[in-house]
Design a protein around this ligand. Structure first.
Ligand SMILES: Nc1ncnc2c1ncn2[C@@H]1O[C@H](COP(=O)(O)OP(=O)(O)O)[C@@H](O)[C@H]1O
Ligand SMILES: [Mg+2]
Length: 623
């Protein structure tokens, strides 16, 4: 084997250790030794000292004060010193109680570390094997339940686990399982809860986005409607302005016409005055004409009276009227008549012009009246039109009021749209952040599940059905090869011992069950039918087969092999065969067979006798 280390134990020295006051035990390089002595003599104690020296605890698991010899003198310390070599390196380990210490020297150099734990770790490293490996590969017997064939399946598995150093697999499986379960119990629910929460948050955001968009659409529709309405309102406003303008124009026209009417009324009064003036003048002239006409008639009547008076008395002057007088008076009267006629003519002419003036005035008055009535009609018309326009204006205003009521919120709606769009953008950002979270958590969850798968693989791998069963299946032929060889040697082929990693269950299924089937040749018998001696030999076959396996698997070659009360139930044939087998081992190493039986001396060349008396256990070597 590459890198195989050779450990040679050389010397065990102890003071006040267990039953020994003083122990000084040399281990030779090779040979087969029988260690005998009564129960309690201190046989096992020799090798307990070795184990304690190396590891700080005995094969039985005692440490601390339990190893200190009862009955030691006050002030005496308990110590164990082991000398050994690993390849060419000389090592000495000294362990003490009162005070507690451990010391390691390598080639006489003290290489102890500040703490005992650290020094022990160094010792383990130097030895290349732990307490477990040592107690399972160097010492067989009291420490190890070697009755493998009688053990239960789980005990066998445990033993084989130790021999095959499978214990780390158990630890590895346990830690893989712990990690797996931690992930299953903490991470998975954590991620699942987180994922659920994050998804719910996502859904909530979606709902909010949806309602935001719905509101946005509705607000946009409202805005559109309001803008349409606003256009109508603008049209209405324009028509209001126009109508108001029209009304103003009409009102202005009406005012002008009213002023004109006033003027016309004044004018009419003037014309009426003028007409009556003309009429008065006309009447005066007519009167004058009438007067002149009357005067003419009077003068003509006078003339006619004068002419009639011819010689008569003058009614006027009461004088006798002669012809001459008549002519003169007549002439005079004629002149007067003539004068009056001229006046008459004159007045007639004046009257004519007066009539004309009246006619003229009447005409003007008529015209003015027409004008006035036209103006009145117009004013009336304007009033009607104004009234109509005022009505229109009222109508427009009413409409405006009702329309405008809806348009004043445009700014608000625009603002609302802006806010909503901002909100939606923000929510969309939130959503993508939430998506990222969801994706992150989902990937964490997936990773955790992957991890679980991976750890599950190792839980199985490190478990009984994994590496173990594969190794066991490979180990079985090796074990069986050894078992066959030992069975042939120890029982002349009487017994067959077969290791099985799998057993067929009654159902026909193959199950993982470590079994040892012992059969007795010819008898068709099983382990239970064997005699005590046969059973013991079967056990030894199992033990030695397993020792072979350990040796093959170990990186260490150790010069010592101890069988502590392993052969107690062997019959003399068994002892003989076993001893001759152990002599083979004894060629290479020091093999110690510990028994309290007294009848075995003859089989061994080297006998070490252990006795226990008041001074503690003592060793005497005889050859
Ligand atoms: N701390 C101790 N001090 C003194 N004697 C002890 C102590 N521990 C155990 N013993 C005794 O040592 C004796 C030897 O034990 P052991 O080596 O196992 O004997 P053996 O293997 O020969 O049967 C026993 O009688 C036991 O009572
Ligand atoms: Mg013993």
């Amino acid at each position: 084997m590459i890198g195989l280390k050779m450990i040679k134990f050389q010397k065990i020295k102890a003071k006040n250790f267990l039953s020994y006051k003083d122990l000084d035990f040399e281990i030779p390089e090779s040979g087969l030794f029988f260690v005998k002595g009564d129960n309690g003599a201190g046989k096992s104690g020799i090798f307990e000292a070795l184990c304690f020296g190396l590891y700080g605890k005995t094969i039985r698991g005692d440490s601390g004060d339990a190893v200190v010899r009862n009955g030691r003198k006050k002030g005496e310390s308990c110590s164990v010193k082991i000398n050994l070599s690993v390849d060419a390196v000389e090592i000495e380990i000294t362990r003490k109680r009162f005070p507690n210490s451990v010391e390691l020297t390598i080639n006489d150099e003290d290489v102890s570390l500040p703490t005992m734990v650290a020094t022990q770790e160094k010792i383990d490293t130097v030895l290349g094997m732990t307490f477990d490996v040592f107690t399972n590969s160097v010492i067989f017997g009291q420490g190890l339940p070697f009755r493998f064939s009688q053990a239960t399946d789980s005990e066998r598995k445990k033993i084989l686990d130790r021999i095959l150093q499978f214990e780390w697999l158990h630890d590895a499986r346990a830690s893989a399982l712990a990690v797996k379960q931690a992930i299953e119990r903490t991470h998975i629910p954590e991620f699942e809860t987180k994922l659920n929460v994050e998804r719910a948050v996502g859904v909530t955001i979606d709902e909010r986005i949806h309602s935001g968009q719905t509101e946005l659409t509705s607000v946009k529709d409202q805005l559109k409607a309001k803008i349409e309405k606003k256009k109508e309102v603008d049209v209405l406003k324009a028509s209001l302005v126009k109508t108001q303008q029209k009304l103003a124009n009409i009102l202005h026209g009406k005012e002008t016409e009213r002023a004109e009417l006033q003027d016309a009324e004044v004018r009419r009064t003037e014309l009426l005055d003028k007409l009556s003036d003309c009429n008065l003048k006309k009447m005066k002239t007519q009167n004058l004409i009438g007067f002149v006409f009357h005067e003419i008639q009077e003068f003509e009547a006078k003339k006619r009276a004068v002419e009639k008076l011819d010689g008569g008395e003058c009614p006027t002057c009461l004088q006798m009227v002669g012809e001459k007088h008549i002519v003169s008076v007549g002439g005079k009267l004629d002149g007067q008549i003539q004068e009056k006629k001229v006046a008459y003519e004159e007045y007639s002419k004046v009257l004519k012009s007066r009539v004309k003036a009246v006619e003229e005035a009447e005409l003007q008055l008529t015209l003015k009246r027409d004008e006035i009535s036209i103006l009145n009609a117009r004013i009336n018309e304007a009033r009607v039109a104004g009234g109509r326009l005022e009505f229109e204006i009222t109508e427009i205003n009413e409409k405006l009021q009702s329309q405008e009521y809806g348009t004043d919120s445009i700014a608000y709606l625009e603002q609302r749209i802006e806010v909503l769009q901002k909100n939606i953008t923000k929510m969309a950002e939130d959503r993508s952040a939430s998506n990222k979270l969801i994706a992150d958590t989902a990937s964490k969850l997936a990773k955790a599940n992957k991890k679980i798968e991976r750890y599950d693989f190792w839980v199985t791998g490190f478990g009984n059905t994994g590496i173990k069963s594969m190794v066991l299946k490979n180990v079985m032929p090796v074990l069986n090869e050894s078992a066959k060889a030992y069975a042939d040697f120890l029982t002349n082929g009487e017994l067959s011992v077969v290791f099985k990693a799998e057993t067929e269950a009654k159902t026909g299924n193959v199950i993982d069950k470590l079994d040892v089937v012992v059969e007795k040749k010819g008898a068709g018998g099983t382990y239970s039918l064997c005699s005590g001696g046969e059973k013991r030999r079967a056990d030894i076959i199992v033990l030695l087969s397993m020792y072979d396996l350990i040796s093959r698997r170990s990186f260490m070659k150790v010069n010592i092999l101890i069988f502590d009360e392993v052969f107690e139930a062997l019959d003399s044939v068994g002892i003989e065969n076993t001893v001759s087998l152990l002599e083979h081992f004894g060629v290479e190493k020091a093999v110690y067979v510990i028994e309290h039986r007294d009848d075995m001396d003859s089989f061994f060349e080297n006998v070490i006798k252990v006795t226990n008396s008041s001074g503690g256990s003592k060793i005497s070597i005889s050859q």
